[in-house]
Design a protein around this ligand. Structure first.
Ligand code: MG
Length: 375
């Protein structure tokens, strides 16, 4: 980076956004912040704006900070060609449209938002290719694969690691009766609530398989999941000749965030301590148990079907996770409800963005009605 990189963050007040600002704080001379966009946490957004002095801010609620222009929409950020890169760190489908708009404007994307690829991976990757835009994954597994790949045409398969979440070696009955509190205690990663629940059911891994398929263009049969409880190996690739390249590091989201926003350069940045193999001592791997965690199987099925199948999977799962967090259903019901709704969905091939949003809304409505009948 021979000149300051102009960056905006969509979702600056969330888990990834706040950690990204910690990274930028350590690399102040490398970045100029164009815009910060938050959701409802305007108090935090104001504090961020006062500290980092972006040119623009946007929030879902009215907000004003002296000396900073308040924008009317996320599109205004996505269309602003002052940006070299936009970090899409919000969660949910709200990330999709601004990401597409930024790509159309030739702005590189550091992508932390899973829904963008799960809902519209075909459209997003095609557009990125047409517009010559880089999409650099922030999700630790995909970021790991991105770091491992030198020549993608020589790679045979992708190996995505999963910590296994808090219920890895629990019995099926313990999983069925897990409380919200137990579910939100992730052993390795500190993340937002929705993704922490997805990690406990392993749906997070299912969504990541779909992300990987789109990002790297691999068939689902060439994407493998392996359980690795220590979360040190963040993912790996196997070359045709049997060589395996993995990316390792301490489990901190600062590292993939920094990689994505400074790519292809590397800086000391926020690195807290050196990596020590002898301190880690051992790395374990095991096969995922698809009987206890059937969400992964369902995600493979949805991915292979394609079209709106993954839109349905994502929307039904998210509504079920919200119902679980609200105490309305049990943990295992998230899968049962998602499967029920998924099985009733007729996938539309090659949907437009509008059709994707229509299916998303319809599936959510159907899922909420189904849950209300259950409780
Ligand atoms: Mg991940």
């Amino acid at each position: 980076m021979d000149k300051k990189r102009h960056i905006s963050i969509i979702g600056s007040t969330g888990s990834i956004g706040t950690q990204a600002l910690e990274v930028i704080d350590k690399l102040r001379d490398k970045f100029e912040i164009i815009a910060l966009a938050g959701g409802n946490n305007v108090e935090l957004l104001k504090l961020q704006a006062e500290k980092f002095k972006p040119k623009y801010i946007y929030a879902a609620k009215p907000v004003s900070v002296s000396g900073v222009k308040t924008l009317e929409s996320l599109d205004e950020i996505a269309e602003n060609r002052e940006n070299d890169i936009i970090l899409v760190a919000c969660s949910g489908k709200i990330g999709l449209k601004p990401t597409l708009k930024a790509i159309e404007n030739g702005i590189d994307i550091a992508l932390a938002n899973k829904e963008t690829l799960v809902m519209a991976g075909d459209i997003v990757m095609k557009k990125a290719k047409e517009c010559g835009v880089k999409i650099i994954p922030v999700d630790s597994e995909h970021c790991a694969i991105h770091q491992c790949i030198k020549d993608i045409s020589q790679v045979d398969k992708l190996i995505i690691t999963a910590s296994g979440g808090p219920f890895l070696h629990k019995t099926i009955d313990e999983i069925k009766n897990a409380t919200v509190e137990q579910t939100l205690k992730h052993p390795r990663w500190n993340m937002g609530k929705k993704i922490t629940v997805d990690s406990a059911t392993l749906m997070n891994k299912g969504l990541e398989i779909i992300e990987a398929h789109h990002l790297f263009g691999f068939d689902y049969d060439d994407i493998e999941v392996v359980i690795h409880p220590q979360s040190i190996v963040h993912s790996a690739i196997e070359y045709k000749d049997g060589s395996v390249i993995a990316q390792l590091g301490l489990p901190s989201m600062h590292i993939p965030i920094q990689y994505a926003i400074t790519y292809p350069d590397r800086f000391e940045g926020i690195k807290s301590r050196s990596f020590s193999f002898s301190e880690i001592a051992r790395l374990d791997f095991e096969k995922p148990d698809f009987e206890k965690f059937p969400t992964v199987k369902l995600a493979y099925q949805a991915g292979k079907t394609g079209g709106t199948a993954t839109v349905c999977l994502n929307a039904a799962n998210e509504e079920a996770v919200f119902a679980f967090l609200a105490g309305k259903i049990k943990l295992y019901q998230i899968y049962e409800i998602t499967k029920k709704i998924y099985d009733g969905h007729e996938a539309v091939k090659n949907p437009s963005v509008d059709e994707i949003f229509e299916v998303d809304e319809a599936v959510r409505e159907k899922t909420r009605q189904y849950i209300n009948k259950l409780i």
